[in-house]
Structure formats: structure tokens, C-alpha cells
Write a protein that binds this ligand. Sequence first.
Ligand code: UT7
Length: 335
Amino acid sequence: MNNKQTAAITAVGAYVPDNILSNNDLEQMVETTDAWIRSRTGISERRILNEEGQGTSYMAIRAAEDLLRRGNLNPKDIDCLLVCTTTPDMSVAATAAYVATKIGATNAFGYDLQAACSGFLYGMSTAAAYVASGRYKKVLLIGADKMSSIVNYEDRTTCIIFGDGAGAVLFEPNEEGFGLQDEYFRVDGTGREHLRIEAGGSMLPTSAETIAAKQHYIKQEGKTVFKFAVSNMAEAAEQIMKRNHLSHEDIQYLVPHQANKRIIDATASRMGVSDEKVLTNIEHYGNTTAATLPLLLSDFEHLFKKGDNLIFAAFGGGFTWGATWLKWAYQSSKH
Ligand code: UT7
């Protein structure tokens, strides 16, 4: 990436629902224990959107509004709005279009991006490319998922993991070389055997049979997904470090997808990055799919200094995975 003009994150925002689903609550719903969930995943609680008739856009709008407030921005200045999500409000009618209209981004175009848990990581690439090329100046990138809408709360292997939430970042041009530096992305389509929603798409449309067979819920072979996630997320992060000659000392923070604390720890250990550099909030939100990375940026924005090297890493359904190197571009006002 040798463009003179880089694309940097200049503002962040987030929203999580107030309603908490704790491990103790889940103990009443499926055969599990708080101790098992904590030790196998690092999760204590997750947020669930239970507003009647509301979908992912409800959270995406609030995350975008939080960003506009924190960044003191006018929504009319936004050129493009992207919503990364696996749980759009509807399969036809981009959630991004609705969010743009609701926040008053009247001069923006927008669309949705779907790459499961890697959605936001890949979206960073799209947003940054739009900006670095000079094509657009302000691109609002949102990661939002209402995972509770596709989780079977009778399946203990998935219902303990996922939660709902949304986060947003703004990409703008940067003349000092800060922002997105490099990325390493991969896919493996055989992965859909191990992590998927079987019905409701074009291969197996919705029918009375698919509903009866519970084929509209997310299903995964946890162990297989876990193995792929550990090796591929760590490998991608290692590749980014190697080809940019970055040592663990050069890295201020690892921003990892929050799927399982053990996957995060394995990635950090392979990178040689010490615990205090690893950002986590999985304990309180669980796996919010496309929202995990921007939720981390929002929660830990106060720590970041101008010039800090952040390594993002994610792995998800598809399979999709990768790692991105980004130089933080501003000093948070909380310093
Ligand atoms: O974001 C990307 C997508 N998802 C992921 O990255 C998730 C990756 N996978 C995982 O995080 C883990 O595989 C899980 C958390 C889903 C499961 O943890 P695990 O350590 O891989 O457990 P396991 O599937 O190997 O199961 C071990 C035992 C089994 O019992 P037996 O056969 O040994 O008697 C399971 O039936 O734990 C049992 N088990 C549970 N026990 C209590 C599975 N789920 C639960 C549960 N509570 N919720």
C-alpha cells in the first residue's frame, strides 16, 4: 500500500442494549454452569436486544449517533455508510440505507457487507480504500449484529457464546501516514460445513420443513471451528508482523475478535504480545460477531495515543479470517 494519502480512524461510537443475559440466567435455560462457561469461553454475560419489533438497525443507529456526538460531526458530511452484519433487518433492503436515513446522512450512499465475524475487519479494508483513493472523504463503518435473532436458546453449544451489540468508526484522509497500513486476508469455503445457518438462503429456502427442523438457527461444530480459529487467526497476525518487520515491542495493542478467550490468548501468545496489550471485553458482551472490533475501540479509545500500532485479527464463518495493521491517528480527549 504505497498511496501517499492514508485512511485513518478519526472517531468511534458504540451501543449495547441494557438487557443482560448472565451465565446464571443461562443455567436456568440449558444444561450448563457459570463455571463451565467462564472457564471454556471467558464470558460472564452478554447483552440482548429485546425491544419489540427492532432489528440490527436499532443498535447501528445508536452506535452511529454516539459517534456523531463524540466526534462533534454533522451527518450531512458523511459520503458513505457501510453496515457490516450477518443479521440485517431484512434480507432485501440494505440495513445501511435505513441507518443512513435515520441518522440524517442525507448525502450518503451505503450498503451492507457480510463476512460473519470477519465482517468488520474486511469492512475496514473497503472503507479505507474508498478514502485512501481520494474517492470519498468521510466513510462511516458500522459493525452490528443481533445474534439473539439467530440463536437457538435450547442449544447450549451456541447460546452461551453470542450477544448483541454495535460499534462504529469514521475513516477520513490522513496526510501524516497514520491509519490503515497493511492487511492479510484469507477465506476457506469448506468452512461452511462447520459453521452456518442451513436454511433461509437461496440453496434451501424457508419452508414448513426447514422451520420444523430448526434449520434457521446458527449451528457450529465448536471444536473444529475452535481449531481453525486458533491456528488461522494467529497465523494471520504473525504474517502481518513478519512482512512489516514488526516485533512484539513495536505493537501497543492487539485488537482481537472476541469469540473465545482461549482463542485470543493463543493468538497473543503466538505473537509474543503480553497480556496488558491484549484488549478484551468478551466477559461482558460475549461474541457480538461484526461488532466485537468496534466495541473494543470504543471501550478502550481512552488508552490509545497518536502513532500507536494496533493489530486487528478476526476469524469467522465462511471461513473468513485475517489481520490488519493500523496506526492510531489521534489522542483521545480523555488523556
Ligand atoms: O466467532 C467465530 C465462531 N465461533 C467460534 O470461534 C467458537 C469456537 N468454538 C468454541 O469457542 C468452543 O468450541 C466452544 C465454547 C463452543 C465449546 O468449548 P469446547 O471446549 O470446545 O467444548 P467441546 O465442544 O469440546 O465440549 C466439551 C464437553 C462436551 O461434553 P463431553 O462430550 O466431553 O461429555 C460437551 O457436550 O462440554 C460439553 N458442553 C457443555 N457443557 C456445559 C458443550 N457446551 C456446554 C455447555 N455447558 N454450554
